[in-house]
Design a protein around this ligand. Structure first.
Ligand SMILES: [Zn+2]
Ligand SMILES: [Zn+2]
Length: 307
C-alpha cells in the first residue's frame, strides 16, 4: 500500500496525556503542625512577637518582618471580608478571629447572606484524612468573636512529610504522520512508515524528515507486522511509569519493509526461555483483541519469536 499524506476525516488528532510527578513533600514545622491539627479538627496559627502579627494558617516565618513565629491554637470562627461565586463554589476570604490577614476558603451551605461582615464558623469533614480539606469550609453562623490562645502542647507529633503528587495534564498533538499511523492501527490493524525519497530508508513511526539525510518525506507505505529482533534486554527493575510487571523483555524490532528500530516488548514464552533469544531471529506481532484496540502501538500486545 502506498498512500499520500492527505489524512481522511477522523484521523487521530490528539492524545490526552498526563505527566505525573509523585514525590514526598517535607512539610516543615508550620505546615506539618497545621495538617496534624486539622486531622483533630483544630486550626493552627502562628504569632510573631516582634511585630505582633498572627497568621492563620500557621507560617514558619512572619510575612510582615521575617521573624520566626511561634505556634498558637487559632479560633475556628471569623468574619467574611470578601466573597465571590464561581460555578462550583462561593469562595470566601475569612478573617479568623485574632488573625492579621484573611484566609481563602469556600462557603459550605447556601450562598444567601454570605456577604462581607457576616460571621462564619468552620465546618469539619466527618472523617478527617490529615489534608487541608479536613476543614471543608465555613458556614454562616451567629457567633461572638473568639480569642486565639497559645498552644500548650508540643508539636513533636507534627507530620514531618507527606506523599504528594504533581500532575501535568496536556494534549499531545499527533500531527499528520503519527496521526495517520495511529489511525491505521485503530481501523485497519496495519503499520505504516515513511520512505525517504533520497536514501530510501523507511522510518517507523513515520516522520516528516529523514533522520539520516534530512530529506522531506512525502508519502506513507505499509510495513509488515513481522520483523527481526535487533536488540533486547530483560528488565527486572521496577520503576515509576512501567506498564508491565517485571520481569519482561524489552526489545528493538526492525519490521519487514522498514529500516528503523521499533521499541516494543517480546512475549509468548516463559521468562526463563529469554536466554534462548538471539539477535537476528524473526518475530511477529501478537495483536490484542480488536475490542481493546485504542489506536496506539500498545494495540500490539507483544512480539513473539517465530519458531
Ligand atoms: Zn513579624
Ligand atoms: Zn534519507
Amino acid at each position: 500500500m502506498t498512500t499520500g499524506l492527505n489524512t481522511p476525516p477522523g484521523v487521530s488528532q490528539k492524545l490526552a496525556a498526563t505527566i505525573g510527578l509523585p514525590y514526598t513533600l517535607t512539610t516543615g514545622k508550620a505546615v506539618g503542625s497545621t495538617i496534624t491539627a486539622l486531622a483533630s479538627k483544630r486550626l493552627t496559627g502562628s504569632y510573631c512577637s516582634d511585630c505582633q502579627r498572627t497568621n492563620v494558617p500557621a507560617q514558619d516565618y512572619c510575612v510582615g518582618c521575617g521573624g520566626e513565629m511561634s505556634l498558637i491554637e487559632a479560633a475556628d470562627t471569623g468574619t467574611i471580608t470578601a466573597a465571590t461565586t464561581t460555578p462550583e463554589h462561593t469562595l470566601l476570604l475569612v478573617q479568623i478571629d485574632g488573625a492579621s490577614s484573611p484566609l481563602l476558603h469556600r462557603l459550605v451551605g447556601p450562598a444567601e447572606g454570605a456577604v462581607p461582615g457576616v460571621r462564619v464558623r468552620a465546618v469539619w469533614a466527618d472523617e478527617t484524612k490529615a489534608l487541608f480539606l479536613d476543614l471543608e469550609g465555613f458556614e454562616v453562623a451567629d457567633s461572638e468573636a473568639a480569642a486565639s490562645s497559645p498552644v500548650d502542647t508540643t508539636v513533636d507529633d507534627a507530620m514531618k512529610e507527606m506523599p504528594y503528587r504533581l500532575d501535568l495534564d496536556y494534549q499531545h498533538s499527533y500531527g499528520p504522520y503519527y496521526g495517520r499511523l495511529f489511525d491505521e492501527l485503530a481501523h485497519h490493524r496495519r503499520l505504516v512508515g515513511s520512505p525517504c525519497p533520497q536514501c530510501h530508508q523507511v522510518m517507523v513511526p513515520p516522520r516528516e524528515r529523514c533522520d539520516v539525510c534530512f530529506a522531506r518525506t512525502t508519502r506513507l507505505v505499509e510495513v509488515q507486522d513481522t520483523g527481526t529482533l535487533q536488540a533486547f534486554s530483560i528488565v527486572h527493575l521496577e520503576f515509576v511509569g512501567q506498564t508491565r510487571t517485571p520481569p519482561y523483555v524489552y526489545a528493538e524490532v526492525v519490521l519487514d519493509g522498514s529500516s528503523t528500530r521499533l521499541i516494543h516488548v517480546l512475549g509468548g514464552f516463559e521468562i526463563e526461555k529469554a536466554r534462548d533469544l538471539t539477535i537476528g531471529m524473526p518475530v511477529r506481532a501478537v495483536w490484542k483483541d480488536a475490542s481493546q484496540a485504542q489506536g496506539t502501538l500498545a494495540d500490539i500486545e507483544y512480539f513473539e519469536p517465530v519458531v
